[in-house]
Design a protein around this ligand. Structure first.
Ligand code: NBP
Length: 475
């Protein structure tokens, strides 16, 4: 098999592939230097270097399988075109980059016409994951999966004895699920950051002391890679200044775009992923220093945050974090469900949660609970209504509300905590003010409404005598 693109991800994935018994890996990179360096630095891998696409194709056993790991967008298109020129029907081209799923759908369709198989596979876990075992989310045809399955299973992370890879669905399904994975990652990180901020401002604990709190949390139901690394980041001391590293890092969060894609797609699908959206927007807000500079003197609450019992407050934050996290994951799975319906994919949501248990950034024990929920009720309409989550949300109720109130009262931004709670309350409300919105829409735009007491579509003659008419024909 082969790998095209030998930057950090591609070279690590190639090494991972080569380390598996019986594998010989051909490698190609546009600039030859990276190929030479990889071969020189890793003689143990037994790589077969290629310096043209023709050489690369000739080096591969048929049917050929090549994994592309280059920059998403035009570079990926360029590599696909070059491989299509030298490959034959039956060969498989895998794009392991972070492609937008609609690009993957387009590419799969175009490549399929040549008789070559194209598989868009989301690969999560960064460079370490690529080297030691990522979580892999392949799309593509059933036929490609027959060949590709054993290869990907051999290099994927293992969680509880199972490889973290499953055939997600056709064409762009894998990249869609990878996109939502990244969106959930944004929400999870933002929630953790809000928890840290509240504890710091509420208790005055140092970052190192808060690191201990996170390390403790990592022993319980919040156990996850992100909580674990949070403790490590908070414990880190800056060598140059002797201050906690977190205090010398500029507070402007970057983003590579997959979180925004998740939200844009959710908007198109009409799925409320408010926790993910708030996380994306929180990064945007942080990254506007010019606005923050002029807003610094805006009025805020008179009273600051005064916490009487540090331990009780920290426990409240933990429960609020857990409840908000359940909401964020539930929203993410809702988006996958909606995407599957829209694009005609059959996606096993329980299997998705299982392949995220290892290799990827959101890996956590918690994902087992999601797998259990879908095992019990595969067509569960809202994940957070599964019994385990209902119990956890019940347990967190008081704490969650206290924390959101406290944050608002003290003027501490907690957008992901707050919006998760608002979503939760919206979802469980017996009646929503959406009825009034429908009335307003009908008033100014004759958009019509339906009634609770009889079928049909209605319009009130607002600018006339305000009687109601059956309005079927106006649309
Ligand atoms: P980059 O995303 O930085 O891409 C660099 C690679 O793309 C190099 O091999 C470069 O070749 C190649 N390339 C470019 Br740029 N333009 C090309 C073209 N027109 N034709 C052929 N090759 C071209 O590498 P990366 O960080 O290893 O990521 C690879 C993929 O994996 C990306 O899609 C990324 O989004 C995804 N991903 C990354 C991570 C991560 O943690 N970094 C995690 C998960 C997924 P050159 O050497 O000749 O310039």
């Amino acid at each position: 098999m082969g790998v095209v693109g030998l930057a950090v991800m591609g070279s690590n994935l190639a090494r991972n592939l080569a380390s598996r018994e019986g594998n010989t890996v051909a490698i190609y990179n546009r600039s030859h230097e990276k190929t030479d360096v990889l071969v020189a630095e890793h003689p143990e891998a037994g790589f077969v270097p290629a310096f043209s696409y023709e050489e690369f194709a000739a080096a591969l056993a048929t049917p050929r399988t090549a994994i592309i790991m280059v920059k998403a967008g035009r570079p990926t298109d360029a590599v696909i075109d070059s491989l299509v020129d030298v490959f034959e029907p039956g060969d498989i081209i895998v794009d392991g980059g972070n492609a937008l799923f609609t690009d993957t759908i387009r590419r799969e369709k175009a490549v399929r016409e040549t008789g070559i198989n194209f598989v868009g596979a989301g690969i999560s876990g960064g460079e370490e994951g690529a080297l030691h075992g990522p979580s892999i989310m392949p799309g593509g045809s059933d036929e490609s999966w027959v060949t590709l399955g054993p290869i990907l299973r051999s290099i994927a992370a293992i969680a509880e004895g199972e490889p973290c890879v499953t055939h997600i669905g056709h064409d762009g399904a894998g990249h869609f699920v990878k996109m939502v994975h990244n969106g959930i990652e944004y929400a999870d990180m933002q929630l953790i950051a809000e928890a840290y901020d509240l504890i710091r401002r509420g208790t005055g604990k140092t970052p190192a002391e808060i690191a201990d709190v996170f390390a403790r949390w990592n022993e319980g139901e919040l156990e996850s890679y992100l909580i674990e690394i949070t403790a490590e980041v908070l414990r880190q001391v800056d060598a140059a200044t002797g201050r906690p590293l977190v205090d010398v890092i500029l507070d402007q969060a970057g983003a590579k775009g997959t979180g925004a894609w998740t939200v844009q797609t959710a908007l198109d699908l009409g799925v409320p992923v408010s926790g993910i959206a708030e996380a994306v927007f929180a990064r945007s807000l942080s990254s506007h220093p010019e606005q923050r500079a002029v807003a610094g003197d805006l009025p805020g609450p008179v009273e600051g945050l005064e916490v009487e019992d540090d331990d009780a407050f920290i426990e409240d934050v933990r429960l609020a974090l857990y409840a908000s996290k359940i909401v964020a994951y539930s929203q993410g799975f809702d988006e996958i469900r909606a995407g599957a319906a829209q694009y005609d994919w059959t996606i096993d949501l329980g299997a998705v949660s299982k392949i995220w248990r290892g290799g990827c950034i959101i890996r956590a024990q918690f994902l087992n609970r999601i797998a259990d929920a879908y095992a019990q009720t595969p067509d569960l309409p809202v994940l957070l209504t599964a019994p385990y989550f209902v119990e956890a949300l019940g347990r967190a109720q008081g704490a969650w509300r206290r924390i959101v109130q406290t944050a608002a009262g003290a003027g501490i931004p907690a957008p992901a905590f707050s919006s998760s709670l608002a979503y939760y309350d919206g979802l469980r409300a017996e009646r929503l003010p959406a009825a009034l919105v429908q009335g307003q829409r009908d008033f100014f735009g004759a958009h019509t409404y339906q009634r609770i007491d009889k079928p049909g579509t209605f319009h009130t003659l607002w600018s006339g005598d305000r009687t109601e008419i059956e309005a079927e024909d106006t649309h």
